[in-house]
Design a protein around this ligand. Structure first.
Ligand code: G3I
Length: 371
């Protein structure tokens, strides 16, 4: 059954009056979070916390090439299928992450020769995955993190397996294939470090705009840009003027923007929890408040929802060994200062037309929005 691509008004919102999802809906925005299958399955308490605040789910790893096909060309869709059905049965929108990326890419696939074999690998993979969930996905990160100025190319493209095997046109091929495999999903390009001060971020913004301009001018089917927004543990890094101009440029191309992996890294912030939480909340609010005023902004997705399960526990642990606190709800699923900072930023945002897929014509939360 094709899933509505607008938050369903049927979802029991209970005392959700204050939920982040409802605050977002009121402004034509969508709020959701990424999470892992292993932390949601058989965890009724966390599922309830997730459904309290989220209108959208991103399977954090389950739809990645490595996680679907770790040791051979054979697929294991078990975890991905569970995540898709969890979203569908709870009327959550589903965001697919990610069809084509140079990382989370298994050793056997790296041995596929460049040229026709690599093209076959890319096209067949996208058909197998996006085709399987056709009509159930609100938006796909079709290509992830294709920009890397340090790789030295004048176009700042990353020298990934895909670029080396197929040349820069792998990106166009990925988007055109995804559009055929699932004509209902919105198609996104997703990348990181587009919001900071410095030559590196300037090159990342420049490279991304170059790439987007080329795709759009060739009529490649692309609808939005995911800006990961893994914010650093300090202040005065935000290149607000340059970033808002970047959003203007993307919007002028007819594309929407998504805060796609929001969190506040806090590994170097003080140990004291009250102090640390307050700083994290301030860093978040200083960023989200201006950014959510932009008319292109359509969605805010946190990279995890609860500190209990943040990937940073293993990925970037604190030097003092204490648990990181980068997310809006704590390890006991209670709201933190960051939650309230996000709520304020959503409440202060102007309204805009919601980012609806071709499936739905009614705005989210409207009387007759589909269930
Ligand atoms: O589940 C296995 C476990 O059984 C094993 O013992 C352990 C050690 O080998 O690995 C576990 O799998 C890890 C998985 O996360 C689940 O925790 C993988 O090794 C590890 O590579 C994987 O990392 C993920 C990473 O992307 C690479 O896919 C992170 O969870 C995930 O948060 C991170 O997310 C990325 C986005 O996709 C793109 N943007 C940046 C973002 C953060 O790096």
């Amino acid at each position: 059954m094709a899933q509505s691509v607008a938050p369903s008004s049927e979802r029991n919102l209970g005392d959700q009056e204050a939920s982040l999802a409802l605050r977002a809906r009121r402004k034509g925005l969508i709020f959701g979070a990424a999470e892992l299958h292993d932390f949601l399955i058989d965890n009724a308490e966390y599922q309830a916390a997730f459904l309290r605040d989220c209108d959208l789910l991103v399977p954090m790893n389950e739809l990645k090439f490595y996680d679907l096909r770790p040791t051979s060309p054979d697929f294991d869709f078990t975890a991905a299928d569970w995540m898709v059905s969890f979203a569908s049965s709870n009327h959550l929108l589903l965001r697919g992450h990610t069809l084509v990326w140079g990382l989370a890419f298994p050793p056997w696939a790296k041995l596929v020769p460049p040229g026709r074999d690599a093209e076959r690998l890319l096209v067949d993979h996208i058909w197998a995955v996006a085709g399987r969930y056709r009509g159930l996905v609100h938006s796909w990160d079709v290509v992830n993190e294709a920009i890397e100025p340090y790789d030295g190319r004048p176009d700042f493209l990353r020298k990934s397996y895909w670029l080396n095997a197929l040349g820069e046109d792998y990106i166009e091929l990925a988007f055109r294939t995804a559009a055929e495999a699932d004509p209902h999903a919105l198609l996104c390009y997703n990348d990181y470090q587009l919001e900071r001060i410095g030559a590196y971020d300037n090159q990342r913004r420049e490279g991304t705009l170059k790439l987007l301009d080329k795709l759009v001018s060739k009529g490649v089917p692309i609808h939005a840009v995911g800006i990961q927004s893994h914010l650093p543990p300090n202040r005065n890094w935000f290149a607000e003027k340059e970033f808002m101009s970047f959003l203007d440029s993307v919007h002028r191309m007819g594309l929407r923007t998504i805060i796609s992996e929001f969190e506040v890294g806090e590994e170097s912030l003080p140990l004291d929890i009250a102090e640390r939480d307050a700083l994290v909340a301030q860093i978040a609010e200083d960023f989200l408040t201006p950014v959510l005023t932009h008319p292109s902004l359509s969605m805010v997705v946190t990279w995890g929802l609860s500190d209990r399960y943040t990937y940073r526990i293993t990925y970037s642990p604190r030097s003092d060994g204490f648990p990181p606190r980068p997310l809006p709800i704590d390890a006991a699923f209670q709201r933190k200062p960051l939650w309230w900072a996000m709520a304020r930023a959503l409440d202060n945002a102007p309204g805009r037309a919601p980012l609806l897929g071709p499936l739905v014509t009614n705005p989210p939360g409207s009387q007759n929005s589909p269930g």
